[in-house]
Write a protein that binds this ligand. Structure first.
Ligand code: NCD
Length: 316
């Protein structure tokens, strides 16, 4: 694999290599400083360029830390819209034609859906999509799935509920597509206020890559329906993506996932959130035994180290 623009081009082999390597890195980090230090040198002399047109905390820092711990080098801008020649009217294609000559791999974050592909088409080195508008965020989906497998190592008939701004969240787009491949997923429920949820017109099996022979129940509901919460194994919450709202007026019904609602989940349940959070996930939930979102964010370092290694050394 050369670029990582969408989960659609993630092969099973790539995924399994990334996950086994990420697991090993996490073990080293948590158990042995010398074993962790040994990783320094794996990407010696490789240079990562981060080109971000939108704000970021986890994606940019974890990629930059990942490259640094592997012994590579990092250059970049956290605000390409302001500090690159984009501001002078340079096209994204020209930007990537030029900057790809200065590095070995690029992580980009883009303002609009589809721009990650434009960047990849213009680049001479692998491009990783760190989020393109409401399009996709494939590395986040890999982190999410890695976190799910940590909790459910032998997944079977899992039910997942996506709660919040499903329509505009690129993390939901990528994770739902990735999960739709696996027959161990029994049910996907999309819960969100009408303006921000999928509708029957928007949601289609083709769009989400759901195979015809996959007995997957897809449910769309416009309320925070407790009957689903009570039987869901995984809740995946997202904040309201107000920067991508094109409808007029204020959002009716921003769902708040309180601790009381969290406690309705089965005891083995898992609560994920790509972060950052706003009011949809009160701080009180952090102490709930099902809360896993900070560990999920920490996993970002290990999964992204593995992704960089796979792509830089062109292993799969
Ligand atoms: C997400 C994103 O940028 O799409 N953040 C992240 O990378 N973890 C989620 C969000 O912004 O709501």
């Amino acid at each position: 694999m050369h670029n990582l623009v969408t989960v659609n081009n993630v092969s099973d082999e790539f995924l399994s290599n990334v996950f086994s390597r990420a697991k090993e890195y996490k073990y080293r980090r948590q158990h042995s400083r010398p074993l962790w230090d040994e990783l320094h040198g794996r990407l010696h002399n490789h240079l990562l360029l981060t080109d971000f047109f939108e704000p970021s905390t986890r994606t940019r820092f974890s990629f930059e830390a990942a490259m640094s711990y592997l012994g590579g080098m990092v250059i970049g801008t956290e605000n390409a819209a302001e500090f690159s020649s984009f501001k002078k009217g340079e096209s994204l294609a020209d930007n990537f034609k030029v900057i790809s000559a200065y590095c070995d791999i690029i992580v980009g974050r883009f303002l609009n859906e589809g721009e990650a592909q434009t960047a990849a088409d213009s680049s001479m080195v692998p491009v990783i999509n760190g989020g393109d508008g409401k399009g996709e965020h494939p590395t986040q989906a890999l982190i999410d799935l890695f976190s799910i497998i940590e909790k459910f190592p032998n997944p079977e008939k899992l039910r997942i509920s996506f709660i919040g701004d499903n329509k505009h969240s690129r993390t939901v787009q990528s994770l739902a597509r990735l999960l739709a491949r696996y027959t161990c997923i029994k049910e996907m429920v999309f819960m969100g206020a009408e303006e921000v949820n999928f509708s029957d017109e928007v949601f289609s099996d083709e769009l989400f890559g759901i195979a015809k022979d996959h007995e997957l129940d897809v449910v769309l509901v416009n309320t925070l329906d407790q009957s689903f919460i009570k039987k869901t194994d995984i809740v995946y919450i997202t904040r309201s993506q107000i920067e991508r709202h094109y409808f007029k007026g204020t959002l009716q019904g921003n769902f708040i996932f309180t601790n009381e609602i969290a406690d309705m989940m089965p005891a083995h349940g898992l609560i994920l959130h790509p972060l950052p959070r706003n009011s949809e996930l009160p701080v009180e939930v952090d102490n709930n035994p099902r809360a896993y979102y900070f560990q999920q964010a920490h996993n970002g370092l290990f999964v992204r180290m593995a992704i960089l290694e796979e792509l830089c050394l062109n292993r799969t």
